[in-house]
Design a protein around this ligand. Structure first.
Ligand SMILES: [Zn+2]
Length: 331
């Protein structure tokens, strides 16, 4: 518990950000060795304790051991995606060729924060797109012989909730492509003998799910995938849409909770926010990027190694201890 509390506490520090337009405050450099909870920088303790008690314990976001960290390690630096396309928009071959590049760029914005830290073993994550699950296969223009397309459909489990919650409108299709779950590593994470249609290489680790009628300024993020509007997905592929919502949703897959809602509310963010009023990629609308350890170090005046400290360390260690199909030793 103590180590997790330290971890959660430094989570906030690790991802705090500041407006690009504001001058960076200057702090005296304070040597910090974040080995116990009392080593957390003083100005983060209240906010971090609050996040731990109100968000992480409640949401149990540290308890899933198939986080993206675990998946990256289990895939030896490769993440395999499928695209679930709950849309009738066409996708060109050039767009499909850009999809893996776009996802690779995004996930490496997170991974870059880990490189060189606590023996994190992966310098760069390679992303492969290994299939498309669609409502209509004619959406896949110029389909290539090596492209795998799944065409079964099912009732949409998100449809009603999206409309009632305002995440989507009545044009959200009430059917969706069926996930080929027999090759989902997430589904079979705890079954180390699962064969994935005969080869581990056939698996997919996560999906990107695009939905017609979903709002563009929102998404869902899980350990097993990210869900965005179809327009956002195409905009990301074409380089016309900011990655910040995708990065936020990926953040959930790395174990981070949301830091929004009302200040001090149980599902909100800590009273007083973060030191200096800084935002976070996990605090919707407050920040559009993941701050690097070097930036954070400069802002907060503490060593870069500590800015990405024990929270990430917890996950790094757990991921390294978790072979494919295994569970991590830390809970
Ligand atoms: Zn969120």
């Amino acid at each position: 518990m103590l180590s997790k509390k330290i971890a959660a506490a430094l989570l906030a520090a690790a991802l705090c950000t500041t407006s690009l337009t504001a001058p960076l405050p200057t702090f005296a450099s304070v040597p910090v060795s974040a080995e116990t909870v009392t080593d957390i920088p003083q100005d983060y303790r209240t906010a971090c304790d609050w996040i731990w008690k109100n968000r992480i314990e409640t949401e149990r976001s540290c308890e899933a051991w198939s986080t993206i960290y675990d998946q990256i390690v289990a895939g030896n630096g490769t993440l395999q995606y499928i695209l679930i396309w709950q849309s009738y928009e066409k996708i060109t071959l050039a767009q499909r060729q850009n999809l893996s590049k776009m996802l690779e760029e995004a996930v490496n914005k997170w991974n870059d924060c880990l490189v060189g830290y606590d023996e994190w073993p992966i310098d760069h994550v390679n992303v492969k797109v290994v299939g498309y699950a669609v409502l209509d296969e004619s959406c896949i223009l110029d389909r290539q012989p090596d492209e795998v397309v799944y065409t079964q459909t099912t009732n949409s489990w998100l449809h009603d909730d999206m409309i009632s919650s305002g995440m989507g409108n009545s044009s959200v299709p009430n059917i969706q492509p069926a996930e080929p779950v027999d090759i989902s590593r997430y589904v079979h994470w705890n079954d180390k003998n699962w064969s994935y249609r005969g080869s581990y290489d056939n698996r997919y680790d996560m999906y990107l799910h695009g939905i017609t009628g979903m709002i563009d300024m929102g998404g869902y993020g899980y350990h097993y995938g990210q869900i965005l509007s179809d327009r956002s997905v195409l905009g990301l592929i074409d380089g016309k849409t900011s990655q910040h919502i995708l990065l936020h949703e990926m953040g959930h897959g790395f174990g981070f909770p949301d830091y929004y809602g009302g200040e001090g509310e149980s599902d909100g963010f800590p009273p007083g926010g973060f030191p200096g009023g800084q935002g976070s990629i996990m605090m919707a609308g407050s920040c559009g990027y993941i701050v690097s350890p070097q930036q954070a170090s400069k802002i907060h005046g503490i060593p870069a190694g500590d800015m990405r400290s024990e929270y990430l360390s917890l996950f790094v260690r757990s991921a390294k201890a978790s072979p494919p199909g295994g569970r991590c030793s830390l809970r």
